[in-house]
Design a binder for this molecule. Structure first.
Ligand code: ADP
Ligand code: MG
Length: 229
């Protein structure tokens, strides 16, 4: 589908679903190198996101949807990830502006703004074993895909795949930010939960974009995903 209002709602709906499906796994990752609440934090947050965007006008722009989602996350998610994802989506909303739909360059701008929001808020650098290690490869891959003339959906898929690889690549790292940084070398061998959730959220964005396109990726069952709500 075009990356329009319906896509942005579908992204958030799929994000809520994938977070719920992976709540236990995210909790387990966070139990290994944090306090175990990352899955529940995000499940609560995305539940609130769906309520909040359900109250928007049907034709709310992607920017308006992302802004409402940001507000819901900030007000319901405790812990580090609430303000981080809230800032990410708020900056993403600013980058989307009042466009009715996003082209490939706009997708890159949105993902870049989200990553910059996380960095602004959390001051982590690449290699610190945080969600930045998923966001930054996503930004780089999205930029390359856009420059190569790929469609918005392809740009999102490239970003999601790079984020997944980035999340996996946090496993051998020592953490330098967040709770995991208290563990020193004991964090080695464990995947960062926030990097993992970032890869799930970007995969949800790509899945939403591929739904209803009739392309190879849009399998059976994707048809009803193209409805606005
Ligand atoms: P908390 O650590 O407060 O319990 P969560 O468990 O919800 O919060 O989120 C933990 C995740 O937040 C980490 O896995 C990491 O990806 C991310 N994180 C923590 N601190 C930072 C930071 N300064 N910059 C970027 N990401 C961070
Ligand atoms: Mg935690």
């Amino acid at each position: 589908m075009a990356l329009d209002s319906a896509w942005s709602r579908e992204w958030m709906r799929r994000a809520a679903d994938v977070i719920s499906e992976n709540r236990a796994e995210l909790g387990a990752l966070d139990r290994e190198i944090g306090d175990g609440d990352h899955g529940e934090n995000l499940e609560r947050g995305f539940h609130a996101v769906l309520e909040k965007i359900g109250a928007l006008d049907g034709d709310a722009t992607p920017g308006a949807v992302l802004k409402a989602a940001a507000m819901a996350l900030v007000s319901t998610v405790g812990g580090a990830s609430g303000p981080l994802y809230g800032t990410a989506l708020l900056k993403a909303a600013d980058a989307a502006g009042d466009a009715a739909s996003l082209d490939s360059a706009a997708v890159v701008a949105v993902i870049t703004a989200a990553r910059d929001g996380v960095v602004l808020r959390g001051k982590a650098e690449s290699g610190d074993k945080t969600m930045v290690d998923a966001w930054t490869p996503a930004v780089d891959a999205a930029g390359k895909a856009s420059e190569a003339g790929k469609s918005p959906a392809e740009v999102l898929r490239a970003a999601a795949d790079a984020a997944a690889a980035g999340a996996k690549a946090t496993e051998p790292l020592v953490a330098r930010k967040g709770r995991a940084s208290y563990l020193g070398e004991r964090a080695i061998g464990h995947r960062d939960p926030g990097a993992q959730s970032t890869s799930l959220l970007l995969a949800a964005a790509a899945d939403a974009a591929e739904a209803g396109t009739g392309g190879a990726e849009a399998g059976a069952g994707a048809a009803d995903a193209s409805e606005a709500d």
